[in-house]
Design a protein around this ligand. Structure first.
Ligand code: ADP
Length: 331
């Protein structure tokens, strides 16, 4: 697919196709010092990493939470790099059976980082296997079945587990308690997004003028991934419809093609708001909204709703979602 066929849905999606992943990898900061924003998190991590290196011990297990695209995977990679450790990455849904986890764990070297993305989607049986691995560096594997069943203890190298989740609330209390460090990533203010857009445009070798930088940063819903994806699309527009330079006018055209309005809302956001309005403003359940707008409940809750709530367009109540007065005005 060329960048001239914008897919607004994909703009907010946590997942990425191959092209998109390569693009993201190219724009990943290469050191903690290069990481823009999240100063408190970066400060904390700096201290923990320095202490672990000084003591010659593995870093405590870390859990990152926050919306898709805020930099959780990036930070996990940077931590491994700063520690000079091996990095092994997987995801919750990929660990279907305990056996999937066992082969990963037994391959870890001392001090290595095991990164599990979407850790809240890991099956409970696999999660329970992780407990002893995280605490005492061993796992008990059950061999054979029935009367011949026996358990064999396998020792592991001391490692650091880094989990990333968009839904911290779904993690069980005993699991959460096994992480020594819990860090929440919040959406980025526009001035930090501006720096991220500038850095990305430099890396891409694209000339983006100041008003265009401002526009991309202000429509990115506080999310570096969305800022980078918008930048990629408007760069295409600039190449096809202009002379390659991203100006404010080019940027406006690109945003329009992507269906992003002045408030950073996409077509699906507007569909969610319209659905609420059609139901008398709510409260209505997430399931009803999902059916009405034709999107997965998880996607709505993880990728769309946080922005609508933060902007004060939607309210989450015990009885369901409600359209606020501000939200009604948008329509
Ligand atoms: P997450 O794992 O939270 O979904 P990622 O770490 O995959 O997010 O980040 C998505 C994209 O955004 C990557 O291309 C990354 O380079 C970029 N990005 C995220 N945070 C920053 C940041 N603080 N500075 C620069 N780029 C960032």
């Amino acid at each position: 697919m060329s960048g001239m066929e914008p897919d607004p849905q994909q703009l907010l999606d946590g997942s990425a196709n191959r092209q998109e992943s390569e693009f993201e990898t190219a724009l990943r900061p290469r050191s903690l010092a290069e990481f823009i924003g999240q100063p408190k998190v970066i400060d904390n991590l700096g201290v923990f990493i320095a202490a672990a290196l000084k003591r010659g011990e593995p870093l405590d297990h870390i859990l990152f939470s926050g919306m898709p695209g805020l930099g959780k995977t990036t930070l996990a990679n940077l931590i491994a790099r700063e520690l000079g450790s091996g990095m092994h990455a997987t995801s919750g849904p990929a660990l279907e059976r305990p056996g999937d986890l066992v082969s990963l764990l037994t391959n870890l070297g001392r001090g290595d980082v095991l990164f599990i993305d979407e850790i809240h989607r890991m099956p409970r049986v696999v999660e329970e296997y992780l407990y002893s691995a995280m605490e005492d560096w061993h796992i008990d594997i059950v061999l054979d079945q029935g009367p011949a069943a026996r358990s064999v203890r396998v020792s592991l190298q001391q490692f650091t587990l880094i989990g990333a989740t968009t839904r911290e609330g779904l993690l069980s209390a005993p699991f959460r308690a096994r992480f020594g460090v819990l860090e929440r990533l919040d959406p980025y203010p526009v001035d930090e997004l501006r720096k991220i857009v500038l850095r990305s445009s430099r890396l891409l070798g694209t000339d983006v003028d100041a008003p265009a930088v401002e526009l991309v940063a202000s429509r990115a819903r506080g999310t570096p991934r969305i800022a980078n994806r918008i930048l990629r699309r408007v760069r295409d527009v600039a190449q096809v419809k202009g002379d390659g330079k991203v100006t404010r006018a080019i940027c406006e055209t690109g945003l329009h093609m992507l269906g992003i309005d002045a408030l950073g809302l996409t077509e699906l956001d507007r569909r969610i708001l319209r659905c609420l309005k059609d139901q008398g403003g709510g409260p209505i359940g997430l399931k009803t909204i999902a059916v009405a707008v034709g999107e997965e409940e998880d996607t709505i809750e993880e990728s769309y709703e946080p922005h609508l709530i933060r902007e004060g367009f939607v309210q989450k109540t015990p009885r369901g979602r409600k359209l606020t007065e501000k939200g009604a005005q948008v329509l």
